[in-house]
Design a protein around this ligand. Structure first.
Ligand SMILES: Nc1nc2c(ncn2[C@@H]2O[C@H](COP(=O)(O)OP(=O)(O)O)[C@@H](O)[C@H]2O)c(=O)[nH]1
Ligand SMILES: Nc1ncnc2c1ncn2[C@@H]1O[C@H](COP(=O)(O)OP(=O)(O)O)[C@@H](O)[C@H]1O
Length: 223
């Protein structure tokens, strides 16, 4: 696979990955492209197939949707929403570079989702759970591995509850997965950088500092 080095963002659900990513993609328009995963989970209000941040210019161009409408929900994310059967079919055909079960649903990164971004010479960002991160390590993708961590379990739980996207059951499953994730992220050498997302400004500044070299390469190539 060619193009700039991809970036894997991992860390517990609710740690702030999407919040940081949204900001990054807004500040550096035309530098990053999001690898749109497949999932069998139900769409949240405002989430529709291919109607996330990544498709903003296309949507605005094609249908003149006001930006506020497209970005209406802070919690809406880019996914290909599919049935378990459809997803399994793709996995069996070898269309995914990794896939995992998380909180009772299937998630996976298709090869084409990465290729689509790399074909545009953009930095491909993957938002995957810890199993996805481990499986990507077995491939030749060679990304920068970044873990976004919450300051504590208590704060993570509060943020997840305040986000109001989860049922009690899915919230508990996310907290369970978070405990494992937080332990693993402490092991040296697993990630290139672990960012504690306590103060958002500080976390964002750290994220930018790890990526600035790659960002500048893409910007220079465009000149
Ligand atoms: N392995 C893997 N994990 C993914 C993928 N896409 C999303 N995830 C992870 O799945 C978890 C749940 O994502 P989501 O349902 O969007 O909930 P949220 O992260 O709490 O907003 C998060 O930890 C994501 O990083 C993927 O393609 N592969
Ligand atoms: N530094 C922060 N301080 C307070 N709240 C935050 C911070 N970062 C993110 N949040 C909030 O926490 C919730 C979870 O963040 P989100 O980006 O959805 O996490 P993730 O994508 O990792 O699941 C969101 O409601 C978000 O607005």
């Amino acid at each position: 696979m060619s193009g700039p080095r991809p970036v894997v963002l991992s860390g517990p659900s609710g740690a702030g990955k999407s919040t940081l990513l949204r900001r990054l993609m807004k500040e550096y328009e035309g530098v990053f492209g999001f690898s749109v995963s497949h999932t069998s989970r139900n769409p949240r209000p405002g989430e529709e197939n291919g109607k996330g941040l990544n498709c903003l210019p296309m949507l605005l161009g094609a249908t003149l949707l006001p930006v506020a409408d497209v970005l209406s929900s802070e919690t809406s994310k880019d996914y290909h929403f599919v049935t378990r059967e459809k997803m399994q079919e793709g996995i069996d055909k070898g269309e995914f570079i990794e896939n995992a079960e998380f909180s009772g649903n299937m998630y996976g990164t298709s090869k084409s989702s990465i290729e689509d971004v790399q074909a545009q010479n953009l930095i491909c960002i993957l938002d995957v759970d810890i199993q996805g991160m481990k499986n990507i390590k077995k491939t030749d993708l060679n990304p920068i591995y970044i873990s976004i961590q919450p300051p504590s379990m208590e704060i993570l739980e509060k943020r997840l509850r305040d986000r109001q996207t989860e049922t009690e059951d899915s919230l508990q499953k996310r907290l369970e997965a978070a405990r494992i994730d937080m332990e693993l992220s402490k092991e040296p050498g697993v990630f290139d950088m672990v960012i504690i997302n306590d103060d958002l400004e500080e976390a964002y500044a750290k994220l930018k500092s790890v990526l600035i070299e790659e960002i500048e390469k893409v910007q220079d190539a465009k000149k």
